[in-house]
Ligand binder design. Structure first.
Ligand code: SF4
Ligand code: SF4
Length: 102
């Protein structure tokens, strides 16, 4: 899906339809990429709460990590993650690493 041309944007940049920001894949702005090391994650949800873009998804299911069973894991939607690093900064066990975007 393509973004509108300048002359197609409403005056004042007003939003004329709900959900239109989904078309703007802000992940392209990123220079650093957060990577979750699942084996270190204690499922505290802090990253999910702090991400300003709402790009960290809580996925429900049965997951076994190093012999431990979990019913949840966290995944990042790289289409919209801007690479701000807040999740990595706030993670209490440093389970999120920021790596250069390639
Ligand atoms: S903040 Fe860290 S430990 Fe907590 S859910 Fe996110 S990745 Fe896991
Ligand atoms: S780097 Fe920023 S935008 Fe990306 S998942 Fe972490 S907190 Fe969200």
């Amino acid at each position: 899906m393509s973004l509108p041309k300048v002359h197609e944007i409403p005056i004042g940049g007003i939003i004329t339809e709900p959900g239109s920001s989904r078309r703007n894949l802000t992940g392209g702005w990123r220079s650093l990429r957060p990577v979750i090391h699942d084996e270190r994650c204690i499922r505290c949800r802090v990253c999910w709460m702090y991400c300003p873009e709402g790009t960290i998804k809580e996925v429900r299911g049965e997951f076994v990590v190093k012999g431990h069973k979990y019913q949840v894991k966290y995944e990042i939607d790289y289409n919209y993650c801007k690479g701000c690093g807040i999740c990595a900064h706030e993670c209490p066990v440093k389970a999120i690493e920021m790596v250069p975007e390639t």
